[in-house]
Design a binder for this molecule. Structure first.
Ligand code: HEM
Length: 132
């Protein structure tokens, strides 16, 4: 299983970047009320990417024997992921006006950047831990 650590980590990172890129594109469409958002595959593909992202996270946790129950930073990532999904859904679907969509879009991107900082620092303080 250890042999798979680096390849799975690369897949995890790549899927995280694909997820972010897809979210930025869909957020742009949502803010501009683009009909492209209504395409069937545009609604399905993000769920597949996010499921694979979580699957790669589970595999990494198994390989490292680290999980939300024994590592605060992984728990922080998991909680932040729930916020990212919630803000993202508000930005793309549920927020009523373009300005509220922009607000939740910004919050979702900020949460994503927090998650990357937590992943690199292995600490819930994220980027604050890295610069101190
Ligand atoms: C938006 C979601 C996510 C993003 C952007 C993200 C980003 C990253 C990044 C950048 C790394 C590499 C860190 C490094 O080696 O320096 C990483 C590793 C990792 N992530 Fe994620 N991740 C996400 C979701 C998750 C979730 C939900 C979990 C678990 C609940 C998780 C668990 C892990 C684990 C265990 C590692 C390996 C850490 C190590 O090699 O020491 N990730 N993640």
């Amino acid at each position: 299983m250890q042999d798979f650590y680096l390849p799975i980590k690369t897949v995890h990172l790549s899927l995280a970047m694909i997820s972010l890129l897809g979210f930025v594109i869909r957020g742009w469409w949502a803010i501009n009320s683009s009909p492209l958002l209504e395409r069937r595959w545009i609604k399905i593909v993000p769920h597949i990417v996010d499921t694979l992202l979580l699957t790669s996270a589970v595999l990494l946790m198994l390989i490292l024997s680290q999980h939300p129950g024994n590592q605060d930073w992984i728990l922080a990532k998991l909680i932040a992921l729930i916020f990212y999904i919630g803000f993202g859904s508000l930005a793309i679907k549920r927020a009523p006006t373009a300005s509220t969509k922009i607000l939740f879009f910004g919050l979702a991107i900020a949460t994503f950047l927090y998650i990357i900082g937590v992943a690199i620092a292995h600490h819930p303080a994220s980027w604050l831990q890295l610069i101190s």
